[in-house]
Design a protein around this ligand. Structure first.
Ligand code: HEM
Length: 209
């Protein structure tokens, strides 16, 4: 669970850095460079799909194990250290998974808002207009709201998940635990701001692609 989660976080970091090319006007060139290496893209997709599937299978296993270990709720809950994020890992994970299906249909397969699809709209250099697709999409309040909601669920998932994964792999000790908790929370926050800024800045008109 921890290792698959850490690999997925690596993808989330790289994807955020790639997406930030929208601010410099380089998103179309970046996407075009990626798509010019189809074999690499497909190997990467297969690895990610495997990691994602394993993460879900292990997650469900862990959830069922935890339920079996304490079938009855305590009269007084002794979870003083539990946070909202740690208690809702299954739900924030599920929401992220559902969002991912929507996101792939939207920006990768491009069938949700076909009018702005990069596959059928080119920019001035003749490249598929990924940037135009993203900007047109986030000018819609409903689409932006979906992304803000999903990225918030992802933030909650990562704010507990990152630090918990380092505890599971045995890297943390009593001395390093507070540092790991803080680093996990800061990483989750930076990712949240990096992702949420795109729909928000586009929607309020500060980024036009
Ligand atoms: C504001 C937020 C986001 C934006 C603007 C964005 C943008 C994009 C775009 C433009 C693509 C298509 C790239 C292409 O095929 O040329 C894409 C694909 C993808 N995104 Fe995002 N994304 C966002 C958030 C996320 C999040 C939070 C996740 C994961 C939890 C994610 C996971 C993926 C995946 C797995 C793909 C498919 C990559 C592939 O084609 O193999 N994205 N995203």
């Amino acid at each position: 669970m921890a290792v698959t989660g850490q690999i997925l976080v690596l993808f989330i970091i790289i994807h955020m850095i790639g997406n930030s090319a929208i601010y410099s006007g380089g998103l179309n060139a970046y996407a075009d460079r990626l798509h010019s290496l189809p074999l690499l893209v497909w190997i990467f997709r297969l690895v990610m799909l495997t990691m994602f599937s394993l993460h879900i299978v292990f997650g469900i296993g862990l959830y069922l194990e935890n339920r079996k270990a304490k079938p009855d709720e305590y009269a007084i809950r002794k979870d003083m250290r539990a946070t909202f994020a740690s208690k809702n890992m299954v739900w924030t994970g599920l929401l992220t998974g559902v969002f991912l299906v929507y996101h792939l249909l939207h920006f990768t397969i491009q069938i949700i808002h076909p009018e702005s699809a990069a596959l059928s709209n080119s920019d001035a250099s003749g490249l598929p207009d990924v940037s135009g697709m993203v900007v047109q999409s986030f000018q819609d309040a409903g689409v932006s709201a979906v992304y803000v909601f999903a990225v918030t669920a992802l933030f909650l998932h990562l704010s507990h998940g990152i630090q918990s994964s380092f505890q599971s792999t045995g890297i943390s000790s009593e001395r390093t635990l507070p540092v790991i908790i803080k680093t996990g929370a800061i990483t989750a926050l930076v990712l949240f701001l990096g992702y949420v800024s795109i729909p928000v800045l586009i929607y309020i008109g500060l980024v036009k692609g």
